[in-house]
Design a protein around this ligand. Structure first.
Ligand code: HEC
Ligand code: HEC
Ligand code: HEC
Ligand code: HEC
Ligand code: HEC
Ligand code: HEC
Length: 418
């Protein structure tokens, strides 16, 4: 019996590893997130066009491969379709991806074509918020596992009967039957499966309440691309909290007015036209006028509107919060940005290329933990870590080359949970 179980565990381990390996090879979603999501959304126009169904509208599959590997050379070749979309997108250059293989591009296209609007799903309350491609093999593996379990059960029963009759023939006593629910091996296997299942559920989370790619409509069409990208305004100018505190914080209209007392029109409409989610053209100058409305600024008088007591008559735009961790999770910006020296972009994507911000990472527990497992802490020159004498000594002795966040307790539940 114990032997069969060993074989079975090996078999499961093989299946799990196999399913991870084959997923990693052609995970279109991961490839899309890593390479394309900073400029493309599957179903909405972003810096580049919405990509759903793109394989049907481009001239050919070959065209698609060469475009993605190097769009500039396709444009330079005088290709009509390439030049048309280039012009339609304000001649914004797309990054070249010379290293992407055909299968990887295919996987990305499959992912964008099967992508469903997470908000639409939520509205339906269907509960089935799966955006995984249907090529997911989980069900197949589950069925296989059940079949294997049944085979093992039958084999052990047969084994028991055979050895019993052999024993009887030779006049030996048979061992007492242990019912399966008291069989230690079976219990151990059951507990192991339960723990693995719970772990998977925990790290992947229930998907419910998560909103990756969430891109709400904001009260003012404020473009990060115009500010942080084209005009190179430092993130910390507006999100100073990211360096000093837990929260990065959204700037007040006072901060906006430092510049916008002077800048009262958007002159970039030619070089960088603004377009919203639904593809409507946005007039940047009108959006600045909305800012004045909130800030209580009169652009003609060049002064604030005041009430009888002389107080400025202002309200704040109600920016819709995009990133939301549940209340039971503790996250600290300055710890990551200052001490950990992590770029905003690693967690938020290429914000400086987004007109409208969307949620780049899924903010799941697995996302935090994966990074903590794989990322080195800035150890050597950091006083904060002088308490870890052992690691310092090991580094000096040459037995350790790096310290991961997990080594300093980054996987401990209470570090992230209240
Ligand atoms: C730096 C921004 C950027 C990145 C990153 C990017 N693209 Fe693009 N993409 C664009 C822009 C802009 C266009 C529109 C054409 C132009 O202006 O060059 C475009 C056009 C396309 C088109 C043609 C769309 C159509 O409607 O015919 C495809 C296909 C495409 N991109 C695929 C990808 C894929 C796949 C990736 C990731 C591997 C990717 N892009 C990454 C900016 C980007
Ligand atoms: C690096 C930070 C981090 C660590 C360490 C961590 N968690 Fe979490 N945990 C999170 C985040 C973030 C979420 C919210 C995930 C979401 O909204 O889907 C979460 C969610 C949860 C949930 C709610 C389930 C869900 O998917 O919403 C439970 C239960 C939980 N964690 C238990 C634990 C336990 C037990 C440990 C220790 C073994 C632990 N966590 C360690 C970050 C962490
Ligand atoms: C001129 C001010 C300004 C600058 C510079 C700026 N931001 Fe913002 N940021 C805002 C405002 C206003 C919002 C709220 C509106 C929105 O979400 O677009 C915001 C929202 C965000 C959000 C979403 C917050 C949420 O609701 O969850 C992130 C993330 C963000 N900014 C990151 C950055 C990064 C990274 C940079 C630098 C590349 C940057 N910002 C530069 C003003 C600024
Ligand atoms: C290690 C990942 C990580 C890094 C690095 C990071 N952020 Fe965040 N950011 C988050 C998470 C997670 C949230 C959601 C926090 C919450 O809901 O409490 C968030 C939320 C925000 C918000 C919404 C307001 C707030 O404070 O909750 C802004 C704005 C923001 N980040 C800007 C920035 C800027 C600017 C930088 C770089 C200077 C940066 N972030 C670096 C993970 C990160
Ligand atoms: C450091 C200076 C600076 C700050 C601070 C600043 N802006 Fe701007 N803003 C600019 C510049 C520069 C332009 C581009 C003007 C042009 O191209 O003609 C611009 C353009 C705009 C536009 C038109 C383009 C677009 O993004 O839709 C709006 C609206 C706008 N700003 C709103 C805001 C808001 C809201 C804030 C505060 C959260 C803010 N700005 C803070 C410098 C600033
Ligand atoms: C991009 C990588 C990355 C991501 C994503 C990330 N972290 Fe971290 N985290 C770090 C690094 C690096 C440090 C070490 C910072 C330092 O040097 O002090 C750290 C440290 C921490 C610590 C302090 C750990 C300790 O032992 O003192 C907490 C708590 C934490 N992170 C919570 C979170 C939570 C919650 C999330 C997800 C919402 C998250 N982190 C996502 C990289 C990341």
């Amino acid at each position: 019996m114990a032997k069969e179980i060993k074989v079975y565990i090996l078999f499961i381990a093989f299946l799990v590893l196999h399913s991870f390996a084959s997923k990693a090879a052609t995970d279109g979603k991961a490839l899309f997130q890593a390479n394309c999501a900073s400029c493309h959304n599957p179903i909405k126009k972003a810096t580049g066009p919405a990509l759903q169904g793109v394989d049907a509208r481009v001239p050919s599959k070959e065209w698609l491969y060469s475009w993605i590997r190097n769009s500039a050379s396709v444009i330079a070749s005088g290709d009509a379709y390439a030049n048309k979309i280039y012009a339609e997108n304000a001649k914004t250059a797309m990054t070249a991806f010379p290293n992407l293989k055909n299968e990887e591009i295919d996987a990305i296209i499959v992912y964008v074509n099967e992508y469903k609007d997470p908000n639409a799903n939520k509205a339906k309350e269907s509960g089935a918020t799966s955006e995984e491609p249907s090529s997911d093999n989980t069900l197949l593996y589950a069925i296989l596992s059940i079949v294997m379990l049944m085979v093992i059960f039958i084999l052990t029963q047969a084994n028991k009967v055979l050895s019993r009759s052999a024993n009887a023939k030779m006049g030996l006593p048979s061992p007492k039957d242990v019912p399966y629910y008291r069989n230690k091996a079976v219990i151990a296997l059951f507990v192991a499966l339960l723990v693995i299942g719970f772990g998977i559920w925990l790290t992947n989370g229930s998907e419910l309440g998560r909103q990756k790619n969430y891109m709400p409509k904001q009260p003012i069409f404020y473009s990060h691309k115009v500010h942080a990208g084209i005009n190179q305004i430092n993130c910390l100018y507006c999100h100073a909290g990211a360096e000093k505190s837990r929260h990065a914080m959204i700037p007040s209209t006072n901060v906006c007015m430092n510049c916008h007392k002077q800048i009262n029109e958007y002159t970039g409409a030619e070089t960088h036209p603004l377009v919203d989610l639904e593809g409507n053209k946005i007039d940047g100058t009108k959006e600045i006028a909305k800012l004045y409305e909130y800030a209580g600024w009169d652009p003609v008088k060049k002064d604030y509107n005041r009430d009888a007591q002389g107080n400025i008559k202002a309200t704040s735009p109600e920016w819709v919060k995009i990133h939301n961790l549940p209340d039971h999770v503790y996250f600290n910006h300055s710890l990551h940005v200052v001490s950990g020296k992590i770029d905003c972009q690693r967690c938020h994507g290429n914000i400086e290329q987004m007109d409208e911000v969307f949620q780049f990472a899924d903010l799941s527990m697995g996302w935090c933990i994966n990074c903590h497992r794989n990322t080195n802490v800035q150890f050597a020159d950091n006083n904060y870590y002088s308490i870890f004498k052992k690691y310092h000594e090991e580094i000096k002795a040459g037995t350790r080359t790096d310290v991961k966040v997990s080594d300093i307790g980054g996987l401990e539940c209470q570090k992230c949970h209240y």
